[in-house]
Design a protein around this ligand. Structure first.
Ligand SMILES: CC(=O)N[C@H](C=O)[C@@H](O)[C@H](O)[C@H](O)COP(=O)(O)O
Length: 230
């Protein structure tokens, strides 16, 4: 196994992303968040956007999983070969891309995308963000290095579970030989531990560690719910 993937075995990966229009949407800020989570023990970080990838690669000494989100529906995570090449050019060690079976905007298959990406960047690793077992099996055949459950609940094939889609985790772990990264709605340390117990190779947490607006909402609603009516 590639040493960079091996370094994530049984470990926590943290996704550091801010969304368009948000106060923390700034590559330098995200690189600082990435440094902070590495100090906390993250084995790798996942960052969005070319500038964020560049800043973060320079700021941390762990693998950087890079992606480029273009839009927010359909195929939007590193949707085309051009996006994947740009993420690799920016220095990402792992390129995360849409690993669903949906048609890609540039008309290439996932296998063609990976082949052309590797022709330019022979050393780059690929994480396929999947939304179902069939996606994971197809992404494995297409030559991905890591299978992510990232798009479960977002691609139309699986329900959007309250926490992680553990049913899908079980299916992918049982059927696929590649390392499985459990990602998506891992909201508590117990969720993360459960992912590993179920055979995940690693677990990636985003919102619950790096999205203060959402976390504040969780706490705020709990506090309001506990208030005694005046
Ligand atoms: C569906 C989609 O666009 N997922 C994105 C992928 O990079 C991010 O918005 C998520 O934050 C990331 O996957 C981590 O998941 P969570 O934030 O639930 O821990």
């Amino acid at each position: 196994m590639h040493p960079m993937i091996e370094s994530m075995r049984g470990r926590l990966v943290v996704s550091c992303q801010a969304y368009p229009g948000e106060p923390m949407r700034d590559p330098r800020t995200m690189a600082q968040v990435a440094r902070a989570v590495v100090i906390g023990g993250a084995a790798a970080v996942r960052v969005q956007g070319i500038a964020d990838v560049r800043e973060t690669v320079a700021a941390v000494d762990v693998p950087v999983i890079g992606l480029w989100k273009d839009g927010d529906d359909g195929v939007f995570i590193t949707p085309t070969l051009e996006h994947a090449l740009a993420v690799a050019d920016a220095g990402a060690h792992v390129v995360a891309l849409d690993g669903t079976r949906r048609p890609r905007p540039d008309g290439l298959t996932l296998a063609q995308t990976l082949e052309r990406l590797r022709a330019v960047h022979p050393g780059v690793l690929v994480m396929a963000d999947c939304g179902s077992l069939d996606d994971a099996l197809a992404a494995q055949d297409a030559g991905a290095d890591i299978l992510g459950t990232t798009l479960s609940g977002y691609s139309g094939e699986r329900p959007k579970t309250e926490g992680p889609d553990f049913e899908l985790v079980d299916q992918v772990v049982a059927a696929c030989a590649l390392p499985v990264m459990v990602e998506g709605r891992v909201h508590t340390p117990e969720h993360a531990a459960e992912a590993i117990r179920r055979g995940a190779f690693a677990v990636c947490v985003g919102t619950a560690i790096t999205h203060p607006t959402t976390i504040t909402g969780w706490f705020g609603r709990a506090v309001e719910g506990a208030r005694t009516p005046a």
